[in-house]
Design a protein around this ligand. Structure first.
Ligand code: IYR
Length: 224
């Protein structure tokens, strides 16, 4: 390795193998209870949970550790209404033709349409932005690397953290969603990545059967 400043790895925990196997199984069970939800309760969620989930997301690995992400968190009902209005406008165009037949056929088993009431009902909307430029500290203007990969991993961490805390999420991607730059006052060099909706599920919330059909291990793995 080239010379660099380094610290000893002091917080690694090595579990006995039997415990690792048990933990691996428990974690799958925990993640199998995660579902994308489209019916939200308006019950408020403490901001501390959102802060902690974003801290968890911020631990994600990233290109050159530049952490090329920004989380714009919306709770103001007036701003949520603006997001809903702008998203539904794009979604109307999408569902009325822009998507094309093949895409609409693929979405049919999910039951989605242009109406996005949860953008106002859910207590928190987290607009995730990907930063083309930045660096390891605020105020830097260096090139960022592997931006999409990095922000995708951080988003995965965020979804898991919110699930772990006991909330549900929807990964919403209205297309195009540049309106999020305007509403969240983010520079145009930042790319809106995903609009994550989070809160409690509505009473009687459902999940599409389609989304429970996860590929079995043998269909997603090959050991070489
Ligand atoms: N953004 C639209 C359409 C949509 C697209 C995909 I791919 C999905 O997995 C789900 C929805 C919408 O939110 O309705």
């Amino acid at each position: 390795m080239r010379d660099h400043q380094a610290l000893p790895l002091s917080d690694y925990i090595q579990y006995p193998e039997s415990e690792m196997i048990e933990r691996a199984h428990q974690f799958v069970k925990e993640l199998q209870r995660r579902h994308t939800i489209r019916e939200f309760s308006d019950k408020p969620v403490p901001r501390e949970i959102i802060d902690q989930a974003i801290r968890a997301a911020g631990t994600a690995p990233s290109g050159a550790n530049h952490q090329p992400w920004h989380f714009a968190v919306i709770s103001d009902p007036a701003v949520k209404a603006q997001v809903r209005e702008a998203a539904e406008k794009e979604e109307r165009a999408f569902y009325e033709g822009r998507a094309g037949e093949e895409w609409l056929d693929a979405l049919a088993p999910l039951g989605t349409d242009q109406d996005k009431p949860y953008l106002e009902t859910a207590p928190w909307l987290i607009a995730i932005f990907a930063q083309r430029r930045g660096g390891i500290a605020k105020g830097l203007d260096l090139k960022n690397y592997y931006v999409t990969e990095s922000v995708g991993i951080a988003t995965g961490f965020l979804i898991n953290a919110l699930h772990h805390a006991g909330l549900v999420t929807l990964t919403h991607t209205p297309k195009p969603m540049n309106f999020l730059n305007r509403i969240c006052k983010r520079d145009n060099t930042e790319r809106p990545f995903i609009l994550l909706v989070t809160g409690y599920p509505a009473k009687g919330a459902t999940i599409p059967v389609h989304s429970t059909l996860k590929k079995p291990l043998e269909d997603i793995v090959s050991y070489i």
